[in-house]
Ligand binder design. Structure first.
Ligand code: ADP
Length: 606
């Protein structure tokens, strides 16, 4: 190197704004420009005593060493970037160009430029972009920009997502953008874009997009115009938003609400809806109409119900509601009396369910009110009618039966056989009629709570033998024997002895009727946990499983054709059940076809 060249180099090393250096291939600096100290804060001696690789950010060391290797291995010039430690402890981004002189491959000449600020701007921008992308993805909104001068279109990644396409920003055209819409919407969008470009108008449209796989999406496209200094439209900046989900749930909601309101209008039932979390109550207009009020005459609050329901029913209702809220009952159902606006009593059958959250806690209760006032009135009328007719029937019937009985018992001897059998027929049938009328009267009384019960202590040691004695002659006609095990002789129960005797008569006569000749009907009694069970056991025909629940209903007979021979009204068990329940007891049945039946009455022990 000539001395003038040396001089120029010295000047460069003295005044360069860039960082100049000469280093050995071992990475040690040989010469450094003044700018190193100015920009990184190290003194020259400090820098010369350090290995340059120690100053490089650990993440950048590897790539820097690789770059230098390429240089040593024959590449003359290399470019790379790394972070360099400054005296303050911060790293500076340096952009390097290094050169190796083939004649002297032991020295590396390098120039670096501090690009920290540019780098930071770049990082911020890329952070901003990824933030924007995340925001767009979350909101399902993509953005696009159309350069009106050259028709160049840019899309954000989310637009590709909305279009159901892989991101490929290089090849996007305005045609791609528009062709994805349904044919009708394509025309619409074209004219909106043309209008915007020519007149600077904004774009806002809801359009049907058809993805390549045929899936349809509903999107909102919006755009504004960016103008140049000459006020010409330079570009369109727009967004595209996928609103398919929102529209679908909206339309579901609409159709559900419509359906519900149609159902409310169509039904004559009144509906109520109680939000247990907010205590908000809603009554349908029909609910209010049932009680004679217009929609605006009753406030949608819990107190309105409290004021209209009968006091006695209100307390029962509250208990039943509480039990249902606590999940102790399957549903809330009861008949309640309400005061109509005109003062009349309205009978309402109310049925409701609680809606529960995942933990089972009731959060809402929805119910229906059915007006059964008319039904109640008819029931009442029917009951009055039956009881009047039955009473009117019973007196003459008893007289007829008495007369025929006399005729049959005392005056039929010597009469022709044919007449005697006719008298017998009349006697049996009048007896049946009396039984029927009595049963009907009992049933009516029980149903309307008009039967009184005189509950007292009953000693089984007296009661059961009497029940058996009463049926001995009946059993004899069927050639059936009766027995009672005296183990329960010290037991007593609480009940109405006359009514209980009626129940025992029914059970015993059934057991006898349905036994086979030579069978034995047994009565057994046991005490458990403050209760006494009395069972009437037969080994007769038994009852099929499908009939076992039903036979406690009114007028049910397993085989009604059979009954004409055997007799009975089909009311006996219904009456027995109602009577036992009135004595705080229960009645149940176990049975097997052709093997026999056991009817068990359970009553409180005295
Ligand atoms: P009924 O007056 O007709 O006997 P119930 O209500 O007492 O009416 O009985 C209803 C029906 O139940 C009977 O008709 C009969 O079919 C059946 N049933 C009752 N008890 C027995 C029994 N011990 N064995 C078989 N069937 C029985």
């Amino acid at each position: 190197m000539s001395s003038s060249e040396q001089n120029t180099l010295d000047i460069l090393f003295e005044h360069s704004l860039d960082l100049l250096c000469i280093a050995g291939i071992d990475g040690r600096f040989r010469r450094l420009s003044q700018s190193w100290t100015q920009q990184l804060g190290w003194s020259k001696d400090e820098l010369l005593s350090k290995s340059s690789t120690d100053m490089i950010h650990p993440e950048d060391r590897g790539p820097t060493v690789d770059a230098l290797k390429r240089l040593i291995n024959g590449k003359r010039v290399i470019d790379f970037e790394n972070r360099y430690l400054s005296k303050t402890g911060q790293y500076h981004w340096l952009q390097w160009r290094a050169y190796i002189e083939p004649n002297d491959p032991t020295a590396i000449f390098a120039i670096a430029r501090d690009i920290t600020q540019t780098k930071q701007r770049e990082i911020r921008a890329s952070n901003d972009i990824s933030l924007l992308e995340m925001a767009e993805q979350t909101a399902r909104v993509g953005h696009w920009r159309l350069d009106t001068a050259n028709g160049h279109l840019e899309w954000s990644n989310e637009v590709f997502n909305i279009y159901g396409r892989k991101a490929n920003k290089a090849n996007i055209t305005l045609d791609d953008f528009i062709d994805a819409f349904s044919s009708q919407d394509r025309k619409k969008l074209w004219s909106l874009i043309q209008n915007a470009v020519q007149n600077g108008t904004q774009i806002e449209a809801e359009l049907n997009l058809i993805r390549q796989d045929g899936e349809q999406r509903i999107v909102v496209v919006r755009a504004i115009c960016e103008r140049s200094e000459t006020n010409a439209v330079k570009s369109l900046f727009g967004i595209i938003q996928d609103v398919t989900q929102e529209r679908q749930s909206q339309s579901n909601l609409h159709s559900k609400e419509e359906l519900l309101s149609m159902a409310f209008r169509a039904t004559s039932d009144g509906i109520w809806d109680w939000d247990l979390r907010t205590d908000q109550m809603w009554y349908s207009p029909q609910w209010k109409k049932q009680l004679g009020y217009a929609d605006d005459e009753i406030n949608n609050e819990f107190d309105s119900w409290m004021e209209l329901i009968f006091e006695e029913d209100r307390l029962k209702a509250m208990d039943a509601i509480d039990a249902h809220i606590r999940n102790e009952t399957d549903r809330y159902e009861m008949v309640q009396r309400f005061r109509h606006k005109d003062g009349q009593t309205i009978f309402i059958l109310t049925r409701a369910f609680a809606i529960r959250d995942k933990t089972g806690r009731a959060i809402r209760m929805v119910g229906a009110h059915t007006d059964i006032t008319e039904l109640k009135r008819l029931e009442q009328a029917k009951s009055e009618f039956t009881s009047i007719v039955s009473h009117e029937l019973r007196t003459p019937l008893t007289a007829i039966h008495g007369a025929i009985g006399l005729l049959h018992g005392h005056y039929s001897d010597g009469l022709p056989d044919q007449v005697q059998s006719l008298i017998m027929l009349a006697n049996n049938n009048s007896k049946r009629l009396i039984l029927l009328v009595n049963d009907i009267l009992d049933m009516e009384k029980l149903q309307f709570g008009r039967m009184d019960f005189d509950l007292r202590e009953i000693a089984l040691s007296e009661f059961l033998p009497l029940a058996i004695e009463n049926h001995l002659s009946y059993a004899k006609t069927f050639n059936v024997t009766l027995s009672y095990d005296h183990e329960a002789d010290d037991l007593s129960i609480i009940g109405d002895s006359n009514r209980l005797m009626q129940v025992m008569s029914n059970l015993l006569s059934n057991a006898i009727k349905f036994s086979k000749e030579g069978d034995r009907v047994k009565i057994q009694a046991n005490a458990t946990e403050g209760q006494v069970s009395i069972s009437v056991i037969d080994t007769g025909s038994g009852i099929a499983s499908n009939m076992r629940e039903k036979i406690f209903d009114k007028f049910v007979q397993v085989d009604s054709s059979d009954q004409r021979n055997i007799g009975g009204t089909g009311l006996g068990l219904a009456i027995s059940k109602a009577m036992i329940e009135n004595m705080a007891g229960s009645i149940s049945l176990t049975s097997e076809l052709e093997k026999g039946s056991t009817f068990t009455v359970i009553l409180p022990q005295a």
